[in-house]
Design a protein around this ligand. Structure first.
Ligand code: PLP
Length: 372
């Protein structure tokens, strides 16, 4: 018997990857950073590979090494690397490195010497996001330095890549501008003798809506987990995560009764309250107080009052509800429950953040759809 659980349908992840692959002739990198967007990095990675993912994408060196320690041999790219990390461990483990600065390039070169083998690099251009990567001004110098290391046999330049600002708003002017800047960056690289095997730019949104950005490799994350990057569109994806808990206790209270910390909610009439054992320590945003919907006893109900660290309360009026009943916070929607999109809208965030939050070690993650 369980009290609260986050259920992950691995079959949904496989279906989503299959669908994404069918929409492109490029290779596919399943992005499994952030503990697989809260779905469990290793399980998500294995399901994606089962469905034909060619690459795995992560942010940190730690994430990449964990994939290798688990025995996964699929190509892995890690792209969020602060100075001073033991990059030789990445080189030794055959982890590709996203490099967008001269400083990191120099560290990758040292790491390759230390490891006694070439470092595999993906050079990153900043085409407008103003986050990682070299700006257009710094790009030629970065490519030149990398080309020198390439001719010395110290590095392998596997990829040239960038990342979109606003691909989740199809038609947004930044998309074409970034695509043009990316092509310019590729042309600069080519002039300097760098012709990467993998040119890659597309996140989920671009993978689903802009085939002209696919190049050699697409990098979907959120779509792998069945959530849409574009508000209001589903793209035939199936959400893989369900967050649910059993009612711990019910009680009758009179009209006008204040509920939970601060009494920000009061019953309108005599009501049955249901206490559900999931709170902000488990990933429920405190901003969900009095706003986010939960399915219980056949109806969606807004959380009554503040979200606590460990529990929430639902006002069930006169509906029959008992301790042990299952309250579904969100799922794929097929049982009438809210989705992560509904939660995102209620809380004023994006579906990415909702599912990624539900990774607390306190709540067991239960997998279904495992291959027999
Ligand atoms: C997270 C991330 C992705 C995946 O983005 P989605 O919008 O989840 O598809 C792709 N590329 C980079 C560089 C990222 O950081």
């Amino acid at each position: 018997m369980w009290q609260a659980e986050v259920r992950i349908d691995l079959e949904a992840i496989r279906e989503n990857v299959t669908r994404l692959r069918a929409g492109t002739s490029a290779e596919l990198m399943a992005v499994v950073k952030g503990d697989g967007y809260g779905h469990g990095m290793l399980a998500a990675a294995r399901a994606a590979i089962d469905a034909g993912a060619d690459w795995l994408g992560v942010c940190t060196l730690g994430e990449a090494l964990e994939l290798r320690r688990a025995g996964l041999t699929t190509p892995v790219l890690a792209w969020l690397l602060a100075p001073g990390l033991p990059l030789h461990e990445a080189v030794a483990a055959d982890v590709d490195l996203g490099v967008g600065s001269q400083g990191l390039l120099a560290e990758a070169v040292s790491a390759a010497r230390h490891a006694g083998r070439p470092a595999r690099l993906h050079l990153k251009i900043d085409t407008g996001l103003s986050r990682g990567g070299a700006t257009g001004d710094d790009w030629p110098d970065l490519v030149e330095a990398a080309a020198k290391a390439l001719s010395d046999g110290i590095v392998d330049i596997v990829g040239v890549w960038s990342h979109f600002v606003f691909a989740d708003a199809p038609g947004h002017a930044t998309i074409d501008r970034q695509l043009a800047a990316y092509r310019d960056g590729l042309a600069v690289a080519e002039r300097l003798g760098v012709r990467p095997r993998y040119r890659h730019l597309a996140n989920s949104a671009a993978t689903l809506t802009r085939p002209d950005t696919h190049f050699d490799l697409v990098r979907p994350g959120i779509a792998v987990y069945g959530l849409s990057p574009v508000p209001g569109e589903r793209f035939g994806l199936r959400p893989a995560m369900t967050a649910q808990a059993r009612v711990m206790l019910t009680k009758r209270v009179p009209a006008g009764q204040g509920v939970s910390y601060g009494h920000t909610y009061h019953t309108e009439r005599e009501s049955t309250l249901a206490v559900v054992p999931l709170g902000y320590a488990d990933g429920v945003p405190r901003h969900a107080s009095n706003t986010a919907p939960v399915l219980l006893a056949g109806r969606r109900r807004r959380i009554a009052g503040r979200v606590c660290m460990d529990q929430i309360v639902l006002d069930c009026a006169d509906d029959p509800v008992a301790a042990g009943d299952v309250a579904i916070l969100f799922g794929d929607g097929t049982r009438g429950e809210p989705t992560a999109d509904d939660w995102a809208e209620a809380v004023g965030t994006i579906n990415y953040e909702i599912v990624t939050r539900f990774g607390s070690p306190r709540v067991p993650r239960v997998y279904s759809g495992t291959r027999p």
